[in-house]
Design a protein around this ligand. Structure first.
Ligand code: KIV
Ligand code: NA
Length: 265
């Protein structure tokens, strides 16, 4: 199998081929997604929400991200695996950011890391890239800053914030990032940023002009159907299917239908 690398993604942008990315946090789903042909698997700090049940991404630790990433890596043969640096593991200074990134690369075998922010984390990006570790940036609605934003509403709707985002995009490219996630910003702004950069942009709630798209697996598979922002396309209703399956299992046990003779030794 031909493995996807950061260079593959650059070629895809250059050739106008869209990049597909999906989150995964464990071995079994990562194996399914890799076999299905997904280009990039993101071990997102959204694990804090969908795996651990926290309300925000802030509580998840570097050790916990490493556990998820190790499980994912053991399953993957072709996809590029990117791991989020969790809140608190890089903001303090570039040395800490590099130390956290090195732990992820050494202890999981992942191919790249992702962090949130632009100008604020520029020195950290440069430090990590200097060590030979590919860095994906993340701009717009950056969930680790949710208490600064106060809401999960669309970001950069107005000029000042849009201008900062455009500047940040150029800065992180200059610092050596191989790609950038644009989260929940106007499609017109994402289009402008995508055209202004030579590196690929991956959108989530950022419209059709990005070079690729990403969704959280639990959202697109309909495992949690409470979360329904307009950018989400739900490809399955696993909540319904799993509920039905579990209820049938319960009924079969109560009615002494399961296990039957053929299912017994
Ligand atoms: O943690 C995550 O799942 C992410 C994606 C939404 C981009 O950062
Ligand atoms: Na994330």
């Amino acid at each position: 199998i031909r493995k996807i690398t950061t260079h593959t993604l650059q070629k895809m942008k250059d050739n106008g081929e869209k990049i597909s990315m999906l989150t995964a946090y464990d071995f079994s789903f990562a194996q399914l997604f890799d076999n299905a042909g997904i280009d990039v698997i993101l071990v997102g700090d959204s694990a804090s929400n969908v795996m651990a049940g926290h309300e925000t991404t802030l509580p998840i630790t570097l050790d916990q991200m490493i556990y998820h990433a190790s499980s994912v890596i053991r399953a993957v043969k072709r996809s590029l695996v990117v791991v989020d640096l969790p809140f608190g593991s890089y903001q303090s200074n570039p040395q800490i950011a590099l130390a956290s990134s090195i732990r992820i690369m050494k202890e999981t075998g992942a191919h790249a890391i992702k962090l949130e922010g632009g100008e604020e984390v520029l020195e950290s990006i440069k430090n990590i890239v200097s060590a030979g570790i590919p860095v994906m940036a993340h701009l717009g609605l950056t969930p680790q800053s949710i208490y600064k934003f106060g809401t999960y509403n669309v970001r950069a709707k107005h000029e000042a914030e849009a201008n900062k985002l455009k500047r940040d995009a150029l800065l992180i490219q200059e610092a050596g990032c191989f790609a950038v996630v644009l989260e929940k910003i106007p499609a017109t702004l994402a289009k402008e940023v995508t055209a202004s950069l030579h590196i690929p942009t991956i959108g989530i709630g950022a419209g059709k002009y990005c070079d690729g798209q990403v969704l959280v697996m639990h959202d697109m598979l309909g495992i949690n159907t409470e979360f329904r922002p307009r950018f989400l396309r739900q490809y399955l209703n696993l909540q319904e299917q799993i509920t039905n399956a579990v209820q049938q299992y319960i009924i079969d046990i109560k009615h002494e239908d399961f296990p039957n003779e053929q299912e017994s030794y």
